[in-house]
Design a binder for this molecule. Sequence first.
Ligand SMILES: [Zn+2]
Length: 76
Amino acid sequence: MTCDLCGSLMTEQMVTYTIEFGDRLVVVEHVPARVCVQCGERLYNPETVERLQKIVWEQRAPSRMLQTPVFDFAAK
Ligand SMILES: [Zn+2]
């Protein structure tokens, strides 16, 4: 399978998925995805997307908590 964006090869990998949910950043580890070796584009299969949405919406107890520093790129 090749990347839609750059046409390079995509490989099956475990990735860390992050999404902003309200004022929180939700992190899901060990998510299977196809990742482009060239540009890093990620593709998830429909079942994975469904499960990711469930995990985020359910807001069940997380496996662990991260302390996350936030920077503003535009700040001087
Ligand atoms: Zn690509």
